[in-house]
Ligand binder design. Structure first.
Ligand code: NAD
Length: 472
């Protein structure tokens, strides 16, 4: 792809870090320690596939131990390499710090094409990888807690959990050794849509800031905003749905086969089902077709949400982007060169590092649930409902008026697990957005929101080192 940077992913993360570090007061030694990957574990192990032995290459990187356990997903993809795993582990440290999730960053990956293996073969690879992590003390509820990422999901997390429990029998908190599990195996309700919902909460908060909106020439609020989303996978689909529910117009949608446009806006579920049935997003009734997915990025809109791949907006196409706000739902969709262009043109880039933190935030809630061994809401739901019923009865008696059945249902409702998870996520994303914006506003020489987010992260990790001291 043209316009791609000629430096590595980890080098790009280091570049962004260095750009922000000058706005912090930490000494060079602390900054260097924050930046480096603490543990890098590269492994090869054999797995019997049919009548052959395959040597599998895999990684686990723990970027920071300023807080433990470490946390980060596991990718299964042919593109997995050490540089990518290091970069993603570093981003996890900064992401967790910004959203006040008390973990150090980590990431793992296996260099395989998961489509080439049967479920049984993938299970063997996943279990052997987990066994290697256990042998080196690289996994555990207090050590390092993996999660799903590209190419992995609930199924793989279940295999990891089962392998861990088989090799560490009787460990009472073993459920917390991995997150992103099925709800029936210690997972938490609300995890599946968490990243998309977090993207929505973060962007909604930005759109509600009158001063920020007036600076880029947009009205306050989400309602009526024209939104384009690239990638209708887990993150993109849910983000689009939540924007539509809030009254935004989804005018453009893109998948790898192309893009569609309708100035009146799409119903996201109808497009999703059309793609499921026809095998393509194209030829949706009433929509204009574009053969290349990248054309979606250049569509006329208020908010552009790349939710598929990295480096899709780069030096080549950044000058043609028309959106006023770019919400980075994917990891690394903009190159540093694109960032420079948007700073020049006063386009607001809401950075991936915190915007897509909904997944890890809810993973944190899952881990807490596993350590407490009880479902959220189990203890208080009925109590709340009974109490609300009693208070409502008193009010009705005193006022001699009755609330409607709909209002009664709303007031009576005791929180379910999913209500509490969503409430915690909303609080997290609003607080993080405000914190980053405060840092940006307090120093007008900080060029963009990404740099402000890095400053926020560096200060939090730096404070840990300063307060805990350096051992010995
Ligand atoms: P996914 O596999 O569910 O969805 C990706 C979607 O993008 C798929 O529908 C795919 O067909 C589409 N796609 C692939 N190539 C494309 C192209 N060239 N143009 C347009 N669409 C294309 O993955 P996901 O979980 O939604 O992740 C998307 C991005 O969000 C990744 O960068 C990922 O690292 C990041 N992310 C995901 C999570 C999470 O919780 N899932 C959390 C944080 C960040």
């Amino acid at each position: 792809m043209s316009g791609q940077p000629d430096y590595s992913f980890f080098a790009a993360v280091e570049k962004s870090f260095d750009k922000a570090a000058v706005f912090t007061g930490w000494d060079a030694g602390i900054l260097e320690q924050i930046k480096q990957c603490n543990y890098v574990y590269r492994m090869h192990f054999p797995v019997k596939i049919g009548d052959k032995i395959e040597v599998i290459k895999a990684y686990r990187v723990q970027h920071s131990h300023h807080k433990t356990p470490c946390k980060g997903g596991i990718r299964f993809a042919m593109s997995v390499n050490l540089d990518e795993v290091m970069a993603l582990a570093a981003l996890m440290t900064y992401k967790c710090a910004i959203v006040n999730v008390p973990f150090g960053g980590a990431k793992g990956g296996i260099t395989i094409d998961p489509k080439k293996y049967t479920a049984y073969e993938l299970e063997k690879i996943t279990r052997r990888y987990t066994a290697e992590l256990i042998k080196k003390n690289f996994i555990g509820p207090g050590i390092d807690v993996p999660a799903p990422d590209y190419g992995t999901g609930e199924r793989e997390m279940s295999w990891i959990l089962d392998t861990y429990m088989s090799m560490r029998p009787g460990e009472i908190d073993s459920m917390g050794c991995v997150t992103g599990k099925p709800v029936s195996q210690g997972g938490v309700r609300g995890r599946r849509e968490a990243t998309g919902l977090g993207v929505f909460y973060g962007l909604r908060e930005v759109c509600n800031m009158t001063d920020v909106m007036s600076k880029i020439g947009l009205e306050t609020g989400v309602e009526g905003k024209r939104v384009v989303v690239q990638g209708l996978g887990n993150v993109g689909y849910h983000t689009a749905v939540f924007f539509q529910q809030a009254g935004a117009k989804i005018v453009g949608l893109a998948e790898y086969e192309g893009a569609i446009w309708n100035n009146d806006g799409f119903d996201v579920d109808t497009v999703f089902n059309h793609r499921k049935l026809s095998g393509s997003i194209l030829n949706f009734p009433g929509a204009r077709n574009f053969d290349s997915t990248d054309e979606a990025l250049e569509m006329e809109c208020d908010i552009l949400i790349p939710a598929a791949l990295e480096n899709v907006v780069n030096a080549t196409n950044a000058p043609r982007i028309k959106a006023k706000i770019i919400g980075e739902a994917a990891n690394g969709p903009l190159t540093p060169e694109a960032d420079e262009e948007f700073i020049r043109r006063n386009v607001l880039v809401v950075p991936d590092m915190y915007l897509n933190a909904g997944g890890v935030t809810v993973s944190y809630f899952e881990w807490l649930k596993n350590l407490s061994h009880v479902r959220y809401g189990r203890m208080e739901k009925r109590f709340t409902e009974n109490m609300n019923n009693h208070i409502l009865g008193q009010i009705e008696e005193l006022t001699s008026k009755q609330v409607s059945a709909k209002e009664r249902d709303f007031i009576m409702h005791g929180a379910e697990e999913v209500d509490l998870v969503r409430s915690g996520l909303e609080e997290t994303m609003i607080t993080a957005t405000r914190e980053i914006m405060e840092i940006w506003k307090s120093n007008p020489t900080i060029p963009d929101m990404r740099t402000a987010a890095y400053v926020c992260a560096i200060n939090k990790v730096g404070t840990s080192y300063a307060e805990l001291g350096i051992f010995p």
